[in-house]
Design a protein around this ligand. Sequence first.
Ligand SMILES: [Zn+2]
Ligand SMILES: [Zn+2]
Length: 140
Amino acid sequence: MKENSDSEIRDMLKASKLYCTEVRIAILKVLMKTEKPLSQEQIASHLGTKSFDKVTIYRTLESLLKIGLVHKAFIEKRAWHYELAHNCTESQCHPHFTCTSCGNTHCLTEISLPMAESPHKGFIIQRQQVRLEGLCPACA
Ligand SMILES: [Zn+2]
Ligand SMILES: [Zn+2]
């Protein structure tokens, strides 16, 4: 299984014309494994023993963002949370569900909401991000 995700990540990077550096592969692997948005700090702690410094992680995330392999899901506790871009389009990310009881956030990749329409002339909607709140199955 491990080799599978490795080659998948290498293919993703190659398709995006990015070199397969150790840190890029490591970060994408973390995001692929956790399947939920993580802050830079959480990514760093998942990287564990393979400790890359903060600047390296930040720059790597920026380069992955730029080519669209990763996107910013939402801000929580004043930190952006990053995730794999899945099937998200440039204008719309899947909704995120946050449990008001345990605080866990889930990606609702199976839902796609209609894009909001611009309310007035002069407003151009470029991206829609939806956050839902309620109780997760464990807390309901
Ligand atoms: Zn919960
Ligand atoms: Zn998500």
